[in-house]
Ligand binder design. Sequence first.
Ligand code: HEM
Length: 389
Amino acid sequence: MSPDAALNRWIRHDFAAINTALEELYFAQGDRAQVEGIGTDLKAELVRRGEELLAPLLAEGRTHDGFDSALELLGDVGMYLGALRRHELTNPDRETTSPFATASALALHVGVSIGMAPRFATAHLATHNRAVGGLRRSFTTLHDEFLFIDENTRGIFGLQSAAYALTRLVPLGASSPVADVLFAEAEGALKGVAACNARLFETLDIDRFFYCVRPYYKPYRVGRQVYRGANAGDFAGINEIDLMLGLCRASDPYYAQLLHEKLPYMLPAEQLRLRESMSRRSILDQLLDHVETDRDAPWFVANVRAFLGVCDAFGAIAAQHHDQLVSRFVAGPAQTMAPGHMQGITASGPPLEALLRSLEILRDLRMAAPRGDIASRHDDMARLRAAIA
Ligand code: HEM
């Protein structure tokens, strides 16, 4: 078996088994967030076997046979480093460089060569998580982790479908008589995402998610630098929808900075899609051009109505993500966690309060909420609604 196949096989089996055993030890304690000093033998085995499998890959100096194998290898090394971070075997706050030099060197080599941040990303666990005999990669074999990554992936697929439908409007223009099909497709796909969110909300176990799944998504150091954790937003579709609908604008420095920050965490093909979507004129702006002149035209009434249907479905998802998922599975349990564990609670690194504020801004932009302090399209959306009332 080749060294990369051996590593991949380990990640899918023994690695997940060790992590699961450690999770059971942590979870059985009064203070479930206490990790240090627990399961020392299991942690030593994790490090030993990982190093053993990574050494020949680094020595080989040939990281891959093409993009797909490189991406998979980056995911394997990245998941190994993510687990070491989760088990407090490395912590960016107390180190200036990663203590795991072999894994860092390999991740940097592969990551830089394919044009991505040298860590595991959403694609590794979601859209590009190759299944072997029905088994996709995961950190543990816990039911709630599978539930989380599967529903996240389904949600991402729905957002990608909606984005694809909307980008097919570009050559047609927002006044096209055949826009109806694309608006309907986008709205249907977004309703599918709402269903994934609802399933997660109802079935995911709060404590299992908070204590045993989310900690694998913390930032960690690769070589000297800290790379922020993966989140379900690291694909182009969500932002293509923002920009195509016109609810967020690439000329808004707050939003453009967010796009700039997330680029390296996305697949190169996704990076390209995102860049392209920054230069297009939004559907909202196209429709606003006709508010005064065409408000009674049948095409205008029909397309504005369909457009607003898509925006409403999108706003509903944004509200659901923030007010239900983030609130129930992150903000709520964080309040009851034993003091002293708040550091590194978020995937992106900032303190929870700051993260919640920035997620709230995204929610309000997507809902076109009446907020004067951010670049919300509330007034423009109200003008459009009034035109067909
Ligand atoms: C980002 C929580 C499920 C889409 C985030 C962030 C948190 C979060 C805390 C910010 C990451 C950070 O910087 O630390 C959750 C929870 C979920 C969940 C608790 C379920 C239990 C989903 C699903 C989707 C999704 C199913 C849909 C595909 C996004 C997106 C972002 C994001 C697009 C990036 C920020 C944005 O553009 O809104 N999520 N999420 N999430 N999540 Fe989720």
